[in-house]
Write a protein that binds this ligand. Structure first.
Ligand code: SAM
Ligand code: SF4
Length: 446
């Protein structure tokens, strides 16, 4: 049977990137193959994000371009998935009539069936129901030889209802995959040469597994640590309120667990944290950071910060700056607060003007740049263990990998190093990466 071509555009976070991998894996079993040229595709899927208004706008402009393609090639099937598709459902087709398919965040597993229906009946299909037991969660991505790192979903959904966030409405309540299923998937990845796994979920540290004993995530990390062939374990994202002592201890007990944690703080003012419904205070957060740094002094801590939440005063904002000075994150993702329909914060008055939000974001970002650069420069002269992942984006003569603390390092080397863990001396430091050289011992072995 002649293969059909699939092009997927992914917008948004790592969860979406991994969902797109799942879509690809599933459609490959239905006779599709991936293409990089959108013009050659028989099926185009846009995997959308609606966390912030800006992400939603990107979807519109993307679909505007596809309208022209459909005029030239009427048999082309265009589908949208992800959060925005979940949010708009049938309204999406009213807004964008060239669409053939809208599928929700819990319906990925139905894709082959839905596409076959469109091919047969040539009518638009909308499928956004939530299913109680999430079949999409268990779709394994086929391990491809040569792949060094892989994502593995361990849970999905969120029960936290932070007042600004659409995720609980669009991704549903938390649901964890059974521990055995995750372990089996990681073993298959290891058999195919994967060296590093990143465990994914909106709130991985509330993973409940099959035991639901409150230590379930720490237990899962311990189990991951025993899988032969896997050298590095990472996870994202964790909520500060669920950062248990058992999980903190894993950073000293599980050798393969990399020394990096993404721990979104969102704001430095207790008043704003309360309005955000984050359910921790700054004292709690500082306490967790202290515990992490006591157990693992070189741990890299990254975070998310939102500026301009409704009612954020100059004083509240200053608390965010003070908190950043005190903690000195290795890096952050920072955002202007974006009002999202259906969230509790959308009903709050006292909005912060766009102009003030822009100024605050700039201050946060320039402070963080100083911290990141200074932390990176402190690594010059250090010997770091690097898992080599690919040829460098900057030069064909270089390869790129990451430190255990998740910093990108470029250095002179050949592709026979990909998949190997090598010792590198750091020679230069920039904002987004480090540069290094292989140690003499490694050069001799290469
Ligand atoms: N579950 C994760 C957590 O709680 O940290 C992250 C979820 S979300 C995909 C990633 C980040 O987007 C959040 O940490 C938050 O900083 C940001 N975000 C979510 N909703 C937002 C909004 N309405 N406006 C601005 N930033 C938002
Ligand atoms: Fe959104 Fe909060 Fe859940 Fe993260 S924890 S997904 S920010 S509701």
């Amino acid at each position: 049977m002649e293969k059909k071509s699939l092009f997927i555009r992914t917008l948004g976070c790592q969860m979406n990137v991994h969902d797109s991998e799942k879509i690809m894996a599933l459609m490959e079993t239905s006779g599709y193959e991936s293409v990089d040229d959108i013009g050659k595709a028989d099926l185009i899927i846009i995997n959308t994000c609606s966390i912030r208004e800006k992400a939603a706008q990107k979807v519109y402009s993307e679909l505007g371009r596809l309208k022209k393609l459909k005029t030239i090639k009427p048999e082309l099937i265009i589908g949208v998935g992800g959060c925005l598709a979940q949010q708009w459902g049938a309204k999406f087709i009213e807004k964008v009539p060239c669409l053939d398919l809208v599928f929700g965040t819990h319906n990925i597993h139905l894709l082959p069936e839905l596409i076959a229906k469109i091919q047969k009946e040539r009518i638009p299909v909308v499928h956004t129901e939530f299913h109680e037991s999430v079949n999409s969660l268990g779709i394994s991505v086929r391990a491809k030889n040569g792949k060094v790192s892989a994502y593995v979903t361990i849970m999905q959904g969120c029960n936290n209802f932070c007042s600004y966030c659409v995720v609980p409405n669009l991704r549903g309540r938390e649901e964890s995959r059974p521990l055995k299923e995750i372990v089996d998937e990681v073993k298959v990845l290891a058999d195919h040469g994967v060296k590093e796994v990143t465990l994914l979920g909106q709130n991985v540290n509330s993973y409940s597994g099959t035991t639901g004993n409150g230590h379930a995530f720490a237990d899962l990390l311990q189990k991951m640590g025993e899988i032969e062939g896997i050298e590095r374990i990472r996870f994202t994202t964790s909520h500060p309120k669920d950062l248990s002592d058992a999980l903190v201890s894993c950073f000293s007990e599980v050798d393969k667990l990399c020394e990096h944690i993404h721990l979104p703080v969102q704001a430095g003012s207790d008043r704003i944290l309360k309005m955000m419904n984050r359910r921790y205070t700054m004292t709690d957060y500082f306490d967790r950071v202290d515990k992490l740094r006591t157990v693992c002094p070189h741990i890299s801590i990254t975070s998310d910060i939102i500026v301009g939440f409704p009612g954020e005063t100059e004083r509240d904002f200053q608390a965010t700056i003070d908190m950043m000075e005190k903690i000195r994150f290795d890096n952050i993702f920072s955002f202007k607060y974006s009002e999202r329909e259906g969230t509790a914060a959308a009903k709050l008055g006292d909005k912060v003007s766009l102009c003030v939000k822009r100024d605050r974001l700039q201050l946060v970002q320039s402070l963080q740049e100083r911290h990141t650069l200074s932390k990176n420069r402190n690594l010059i002269g250090n010997m770091e263990e690097i898992l080599v992942e690919s040829i460098s984006k900057n030069s064909r003569e270089d390869v790129a990998g990451r430190t255990r603390t998740n910093k990108i390092v470029n250095f002179r080397g050949y592709n026979n190093l990909i998949g190997k863990t090598v010792s590198i001396v750091i020679t230069d430091a920039y904002l987004h990466s480090l540069r290094g050289v292989l140690t003499e011992e490694e050069v001799t072995q290469c």
